[in-house]
Design a protein around this ligand. Structure first.
Ligand code: NDP
Ligand code: OXD
Length: 309
Protein backbone atom coordinates (compact mmCIF):
# COMPACT_ATOMS: atom_id res chain seq x y z
CA UNK A 1 0.00 0.00 0.00
CA UNK A 2 1.11 3.58 -0.68
CA UNK A 3 0.23 6.28 1.86
CA UNK A 4 1.01 9.95 2.35
CA UNK A 5 1.91 11.62 5.65
CA UNK A 6 0.15 14.99 5.96
CA UNK A 7 1.01 17.11 8.97
CA UNK A 8 1.94 20.71 9.52
CA UNK A 9 2.86 19.92 13.14
CA UNK A 10 4.18 16.40 13.63
CA UNK A 11 7.71 15.82 12.30
CA UNK A 12 7.87 12.94 9.80
CA UNK A 13 11.09 11.16 10.87
CA UNK A 14 9.80 9.48 14.07
CA UNK A 15 6.67 8.28 12.26
CA UNK A 16 8.68 6.96 9.31
CA UNK A 17 10.90 5.00 11.71
CA UNK A 18 7.91 3.51 13.58
CA UNK A 19 6.10 2.57 10.35
CA UNK A 20 9.25 0.84 9.02
CA UNK A 21 8.95 -1.43 12.07
CA UNK A 22 5.15 -1.73 12.24
CA UNK A 23 4.41 -2.12 8.52
CA UNK A 24 7.54 -2.71 6.42
CA UNK A 25 5.51 -3.15 3.22
CA UNK A 26 3.91 0.32 3.53
CA UNK A 27 5.34 2.86 1.10
CA UNK A 28 4.99 6.02 3.17
CA UNK A 29 5.68 9.35 1.53
CA UNK A 30 5.72 12.77 3.13
CA UNK A 31 4.03 15.81 1.60
CA UNK A 32 5.05 17.44 -0.75
CA UNK A 33 7.21 14.50 -1.92
CA UNK A 34 4.13 12.81 -3.26
CA UNK A 35 5.25 11.14 -6.51
CA UNK A 36 2.30 10.20 -8.73
CA UNK A 37 -0.72 11.51 -6.72
CA UNK A 38 -2.98 8.94 -8.39
CA UNK A 39 -1.15 6.08 -6.64
CA UNK A 40 -1.78 7.30 -3.07
CA UNK A 41 -4.53 5.24 -1.42
CA UNK A 42 -4.34 6.35 2.21
CA UNK A 43 -3.50 9.56 4.07
CA UNK A 44 -2.17 9.70 7.63
CA UNK A 45 -3.18 13.18 8.63
CA UNK A 46 -2.88 15.69 11.43
CA UNK A 47 -3.59 19.29 10.36
CA UNK A 48 -3.03 18.55 6.65
CA UNK A 49 -1.28 21.13 4.48
CA UNK A 50 -3.71 23.35 2.51
CA UNK A 51 -4.73 21.70 -0.75
CA UNK A 52 -3.08 18.36 0.07
CA UNK A 53 -6.23 16.24 0.38
CA UNK A 54 -7.76 17.78 -2.74
CA UNK A 55 -4.64 16.80 -4.71
CA UNK A 56 -5.13 13.05 -4.14
CA UNK A 57 -7.70 11.80 -6.70
CA UNK A 58 -7.70 8.13 -5.62
CA UNK A 59 -7.59 8.55 -1.86
CA UNK A 60 -9.62 5.72 -0.29
CA UNK A 61 -8.97 6.19 3.44
CA UNK A 62 -7.82 8.83 5.92
CA UNK A 63 -6.42 7.82 9.30
CA UNK A 64 -6.25 10.76 11.67
CA UNK A 65 -3.16 10.88 13.90
CA UNK A 66 -5.15 12.12 16.88
CA UNK A 67 -8.46 11.59 18.66
CA UNK A 68 -10.19 14.79 17.58
CA UNK A 69 -11.19 15.24 13.94
CA UNK A 70 -12.56 18.78 13.99
CA UNK A 71 -9.70 20.36 12.02
CA UNK A 72 -9.72 17.59 9.42
CA UNK A 73 -13.48 17.90 8.90
CA UNK A 74 -12.99 21.62 8.16
CA UNK A 75 -10.61 20.83 5.26
CA UNK A 76 -12.31 21.99 2.05
CA UNK A 77 -10.49 19.26 0.08
CA UNK A 78 -12.14 16.45 2.04
CA UNK A 79 -14.47 14.33 -0.11
CA UNK A 80 -17.76 13.16 1.39
CA UNK A 81 -17.20 9.51 0.50
CA UNK A 82 -13.71 9.06 1.99
CA UNK A 83 -13.89 7.07 5.24
CA UNK A 84 -12.05 8.63 8.18
CA UNK A 85 -10.66 6.61 11.08
CA UNK A 86 -9.68 8.46 14.24
CA UNK A 87 -6.90 7.40 16.56
CA UNK A 88 -7.93 5.42 19.61
CA UNK A 89 -4.66 4.66 21.38
CA UNK A 90 -4.79 3.17 24.91
CA UNK A 91 -1.52 5.01 25.64
CA UNK A 92 -3.25 8.35 24.98
CA UNK A 93 -6.34 7.31 26.89
CA UNK A 94 -4.17 6.53 29.93
CA UNK A 95 -2.39 9.86 29.56
CA UNK A 96 -5.70 11.73 29.52
CA UNK A 97 -6.86 9.79 32.56
CA UNK A 98 -3.68 10.80 34.41
CA UNK A 99 -4.06 14.45 33.40
CA UNK A 100 -7.66 14.68 34.58
CA UNK A 101 -6.87 12.85 37.84
CA UNK A 102 -3.94 15.18 38.51
CA UNK A 103 -5.88 18.38 37.83
CA UNK A 104 -9.00 17.28 39.72
CA UNK A 105 -6.84 16.32 42.71
CA UNK A 106 -5.04 19.69 42.54
CA UNK A 107 -8.36 21.54 42.60
CA UNK A 108 -9.92 19.22 45.18
CA UNK A 109 -6.93 19.69 47.52
CA UNK A 110 -7.01 23.45 46.78
CA UNK A 111 -3.45 23.73 45.52
CA UNK A 112 -4.40 26.92 43.66
CA UNK A 113 -5.28 28.55 47.00
CA UNK A 114 -2.30 27.13 48.94
CA UNK A 115 -0.04 28.39 46.13
CA UNK A 116 -1.45 31.92 46.60
CA UNK A 117 -1.07 31.62 50.40
CA UNK A 118 2.55 30.51 49.96
CA UNK A 119 3.30 33.51 47.75
CA UNK A 120 1.93 35.76 50.52
CA UNK A 121 3.62 33.77 53.33
CA UNK A 122 0.23 32.86 54.82
CA UNK A 123 -0.06 29.73 57.04
CA UNK A 124 -3.80 28.95 56.96
CA UNK A 125 -5.57 25.61 56.93
CA UNK A 126 -8.55 25.47 54.56
CA UNK A 127 -11.58 23.18 54.96
CA UNK A 128 -10.81 19.79 53.45
CA UNK A 129 -13.80 17.78 52.19
CA UNK A 130 -13.39 14.08 51.35
CA UNK A 131 -13.32 13.02 47.70
CA UNK A 132 -16.74 11.42 48.22
CA UNK A 133 -18.12 14.87 49.04
CA UNK A 134 -16.64 16.43 45.88
CA UNK A 135 -19.02 16.37 42.93
CA UNK A 136 -17.32 16.17 39.54
CA UNK A 137 -19.12 16.48 36.20
CA UNK A 138 -17.71 15.25 32.91
CA UNK A 139 -18.95 16.59 29.59
CA UNK A 140 -18.44 13.76 27.07
CA UNK A 141 -18.22 10.16 28.24
CA UNK A 142 -16.49 8.71 25.19
CA UNK A 143 -13.08 7.06 25.13
CA UNK A 144 -11.37 9.87 27.08
CA UNK A 145 -14.28 10.93 29.27
CA UNK A 146 -15.02 7.34 30.38
CA UNK A 147 -11.40 6.78 31.35
CA UNK A 148 -11.37 10.01 33.36
CA UNK A 149 -14.72 9.22 35.00
CA UNK A 150 -13.72 5.68 36.00
CA UNK A 151 -10.38 6.80 37.42
CA UNK A 152 -12.03 9.57 39.46
CA UNK A 153 -14.59 7.08 40.76
CA UNK A 154 -11.76 4.80 41.89
CA UNK A 155 -10.31 7.80 43.76
CA UNK A 156 -13.66 8.13 45.51
CA UNK A 157 -15.09 11.23 43.79
CA UNK A 158 -18.82 11.60 43.22
CA UNK A 159 -18.83 11.56 39.41
CA UNK A 160 -21.60 12.05 36.87
CA UNK A 161 -21.42 12.68 33.13
CA UNK A 162 -23.21 14.06 30.09
CA UNK A 163 -23.22 12.64 26.57
CA UNK A 164 -25.31 12.67 23.42
CA UNK A 165 -26.83 9.23 24.01
CA UNK A 166 -26.80 9.36 27.81
CA UNK A 167 -25.52 5.76 27.81
CA UNK A 168 -24.82 4.62 31.35
CA UNK A 169 -21.24 3.79 32.20
CA UNK A 170 -20.52 1.12 34.84
CA UNK A 171 -22.46 2.73 37.68
CA UNK A 172 -21.69 6.34 36.70
CA UNK A 173 -24.93 8.25 36.06
CA UNK A 174 -24.96 9.91 32.66
CA UNK A 175 -27.29 12.73 31.64
CA UNK A 176 -28.38 13.77 28.16
CA UNK A 177 -30.08 16.71 26.47
CA UNK A 178 -30.52 20.27 27.72
CA UNK A 179 -32.36 19.23 30.91
CA UNK A 180 -29.71 16.65 31.66
CA UNK A 181 -26.99 19.24 31.18
CA UNK A 182 -28.73 21.59 33.59
CA UNK A 183 -28.94 18.80 36.20
CA UNK A 184 -25.27 17.93 35.77
CA UNK A 185 -24.12 21.54 35.97
CA UNK A 186 -26.16 22.29 39.09
CA UNK A 187 -24.18 19.64 41.00
CA UNK A 188 -20.68 19.97 39.47
CA UNK A 189 -18.09 21.64 41.69
CA UNK A 190 -15.44 20.60 39.20
CA UNK A 191 -16.45 20.37 35.53
CA UNK A 192 -14.25 18.59 32.98
CA UNK A 193 -14.80 19.13 29.24
CA UNK A 194 -13.97 16.11 27.07
CA UNK A 195 -16.39 16.74 24.23
CA UNK A 196 -15.47 16.66 20.56
CA UNK A 197 -15.61 20.07 18.86
CA UNK A 198 -18.74 20.10 16.67
CA UNK A 199 -21.24 22.81 15.73
CA UNK A 200 -23.34 21.62 18.71
CA UNK A 201 -20.52 21.91 21.26
CA UNK A 202 -18.61 24.98 20.04
CA UNK A 203 -18.67 27.77 22.69
CA UNK A 204 -20.46 25.49 25.15
CA UNK A 205 -18.28 26.76 28.02
CA UNK A 206 -19.87 30.20 28.16
CA UNK A 207 -21.39 32.63 30.68
CA UNK A 208 -24.71 30.74 30.72
CA UNK A 209 -23.01 27.45 31.52
CA UNK A 210 -20.78 29.04 34.20
CA UNK A 211 -23.85 30.62 35.84
CA UNK A 212 -25.47 27.17 36.06
CA UNK A 213 -22.55 25.76 38.09
CA UNK A 214 -22.42 26.10 41.87
CA UNK A 215 -20.73 29.37 42.90
CA UNK A 216 -16.97 28.89 43.24
CA UNK A 217 -16.81 25.89 40.87
CA UNK A 218 -13.76 25.13 38.74
CA UNK A 219 -13.48 24.02 35.12
CA UNK A 220 -10.95 21.87 33.31
CA UNK A 221 -10.92 22.07 29.50
CA UNK A 222 -8.79 19.44 27.83
CA UNK A 223 -10.93 19.04 24.69
CA UNK A 224 -10.66 22.00 22.28
CA UNK A 225 -10.06 25.73 22.76
CA UNK A 226 -13.14 26.62 20.75
CA UNK A 227 -15.38 24.99 23.37
CA UNK A 228 -14.59 27.99 25.56
CA UNK A 229 -15.74 31.62 25.30
CA UNK A 230 -12.55 33.16 26.67
CA UNK A 231 -14.02 36.55 27.66
CA UNK A 232 -16.81 34.79 29.61
CA UNK A 233 -14.23 32.80 31.56
CA UNK A 234 -12.35 35.96 32.56
CA UNK A 235 -15.61 37.57 33.72
CA UNK A 236 -16.68 34.46 35.67
CA UNK A 237 -13.29 34.42 37.46
CA UNK A 238 -13.44 38.17 38.15
CA UNK A 239 -16.91 37.86 39.72
CA UNK A 240 -15.83 34.69 41.59
CA UNK A 241 -18.63 32.65 40.03
CA UNK A 242 -15.70 30.42 39.07
CA UNK A 243 -12.77 29.91 41.44
CA UNK A 244 -10.28 28.42 39.02
CA UNK A 245 -9.72 27.05 35.52
CA UNK A 246 -7.29 24.55 34.05
CA UNK A 247 -6.83 24.92 30.30
CA UNK A 248 -4.86 22.58 28.06
CA UNK A 249 -6.33 23.72 24.74
CA UNK A 250 -6.83 27.15 23.21
CA UNK A 251 -8.59 28.81 20.28
CA UNK A 252 -5.15 29.94 19.12
CA UNK A 253 -2.24 27.55 19.68
CA UNK A 254 0.44 28.29 20.69
CA UNK A 255 -1.26 30.67 23.12
CA UNK A 256 0.03 34.15 22.13
CA UNK A 257 2.60 35.62 24.61
CA UNK A 258 0.39 38.63 25.44
CA UNK A 259 -2.68 36.50 26.23
CA UNK A 260 -4.18 37.25 29.69
CA UNK A 261 -4.50 33.53 30.51
CA UNK A 262 -0.71 33.19 30.88
CA UNK A 263 -0.46 35.37 33.96
CA UNK A 264 -3.93 34.93 35.46
CA UNK A 265 -3.53 33.77 39.08
CA UNK A 266 -6.53 31.43 38.90
CA UNK A 267 -5.77 29.85 35.50
CA UNK A 268 -3.41 26.94 34.96
CA UNK A 269 -2.13 26.73 31.38
CA UNK A 270 -0.61 23.60 29.83
CA UNK A 271 0.44 23.52 26.14
CA UNK A 272 -2.00 20.94 24.66
CA UNK A 273 -0.27 18.02 26.30
CA UNK A 274 -3.06 16.26 28.20
CA UNK A 275 -2.73 13.26 25.87
CA UNK A 276 -0.14 13.80 23.17
CA UNK A 277 -0.01 11.47 20.16
CA UNK A 278 2.99 9.17 20.49
CA UNK A 279 4.27 7.63 17.23
CA UNK A 280 5.64 4.61 19.13
CA UNK A 281 2.22 3.51 20.35
CA UNK A 282 0.16 5.03 17.53
CA UNK A 283 2.00 3.63 14.48
CA UNK A 284 1.19 -0.05 15.24
CA UNK A 285 -2.48 0.91 15.75
CA UNK A 286 -2.62 2.81 12.45
CA UNK A 287 -0.76 -0.03 10.70
CA UNK A 288 -3.32 -2.56 11.96
CA UNK A 289 -6.15 -0.39 10.61
CA UNK A 290 -4.42 -0.09 7.21
CA UNK A 291 -4.03 -3.86 7.07
CA UNK A 292 -7.73 -4.37 7.88
CA UNK A 293 -8.58 -1.88 5.16
CA UNK A 294 -6.33 -3.64 2.61
CA UNK A 295 -7.95 -6.99 3.50
CA UNK A 296 -11.43 -5.53 3.06
CA UNK A 297 -12.28 -6.15 6.73
CA UNK A 298 -14.65 -4.08 8.86
CA UNK A 299 -13.05 -0.81 9.99
CA UNK A 300 -13.14 0.34 13.62
CA UNK A 301 -13.27 3.86 15.06
CA UNK A 302 -14.82 5.35 11.96
CA UNK A 303 -15.86 8.98 12.20
CA UNK A 304 -19.57 9.65 11.79
CA UNK A 305 -19.58 12.66 9.46
CA UNK A 306 -23.20 13.55 10.26
CA UNK A 307 -22.49 13.74 14.01
CA UNK A 308 -19.12 15.42 13.43
CA UNK A 309 -17.06 13.10 15.65
P1 NDP B 1 -15.28 10.21 21.71
O1 NDP B 1 -15.83 10.40 20.34
O2 NDP B 1 -14.90 8.84 22.13
O3 NDP B 1 -16.32 10.76 22.80
C1 NDP B 1 -17.05 11.93 22.63
C2 NDP B 1 -18.09 12.03 23.74
O4 NDP B 1 -18.77 13.28 23.62
C3 NDP B 1 -19.17 10.93 23.64
O5 NDP B 1 -19.56 10.52 24.93
C4 NDP B 1 -20.34 11.66 22.94
O6 NDP B 1 -21.61 11.11 23.24
C5 NDP B 1 -20.19 13.04 23.55
N1 NDP B 1 -20.83 14.08 22.72
C6 NDP B 1 -20.56 14.40 21.44
N2 NDP B 1 -21.35 15.40 21.02
C7 NDP B 1 -22.14 15.72 22.07
C8 NDP B 1 -23.20 16.66 22.25
N3 NDP B 1 -23.58 17.48 21.28
N4 NDP B 1 -23.81 16.68 23.45
C9 NDP B 1 -23.45 15.84 24.45
N5 NDP B 1 -22.46 14.93 24.33
C10 NDP B 1 -21.83 14.87 23.15
O7 NDP B 1 -14.05 11.21 21.83
P2 NDP B 1 -12.76 11.05 22.79
O8 NDP B 1 -13.24 10.78 24.16
O9 NDP B 1 -11.77 10.14 22.19
O10 NDP B 1 -12.12 12.52 22.69
C11 NDP B 1 -12.87 13.66 23.05
C12 NDP B 1 -12.13 14.92 22.63
O11 NDP B 1 -10.97 15.11 23.46
C13 NDP B 1 -11.53 14.88 21.22
O12 NDP B 1 -12.52 15.17 20.26
C14 NDP B 1 -10.46 15.93 21.30
O13 NDP B 1 -11.01 17.19 20.94
C15 NDP B 1 -10.08 15.95 22.76
N6 NDP B 1 -8.71 15.46 22.97
C16 NDP B 1 -7.78 16.31 23.53
C17 NDP B 1 -6.50 15.88 23.76
C18 NDP B 1 -5.53 16.76 24.45
O14 NDP B 1 -4.34 16.42 24.51
N7 NDP B 1 -5.93 17.86 25.02
C19 NDP B 1 -6.07 14.54 23.39
C20 NDP B 1 -7.12 13.72 22.83
C21 NDP B 1 -8.39 14.18 22.65
P3 NDP B 1 -21.99 9.58 22.87
O15 NDP B 1 -21.24 8.74 23.90
O16 NDP B 1 -23.44 9.51 23.04
O17 NDP B 1 -21.50 9.36 21.47
C1 OXD C 1 -6.12 14.85 19.81
C2 OXD C 1 -5.34 15.88 20.47
O1 OXD C 1 -7.25 15.13 19.41
O2 OXD C 1 -4.15 15.65 20.72
O3 OXD C 1 -5.62 13.74 19.68
O4 OXD C 1 -5.86 16.93 20.79
Amino acid sequence: MRAIFLSTEFPFAPWAAEFRRAMPDLELRCWPDIGDPGTIEAALAWLPQAGALAALPNLRLIHVLGAGVDSLLRDPGLRAETPIIRLVDPGMTTAMGEYVEMQVLRLHRQQHLYREQQQEGVWRELPQPNAAERRVGILGLGVMGSEAALRLTVLGFDVEGWSLSGARLRGIPCHRGEDGLARLLARSEILVCLLPLTPATENILDAKLFAALPRGAAIINCARGRHLVEADLLTALATEQLAAAVLDVFAQEPLPPEHPFWRHPRIVVTPHVAAATNPKTAAPIVAAALRRFAAGEKLENLVDRARGY
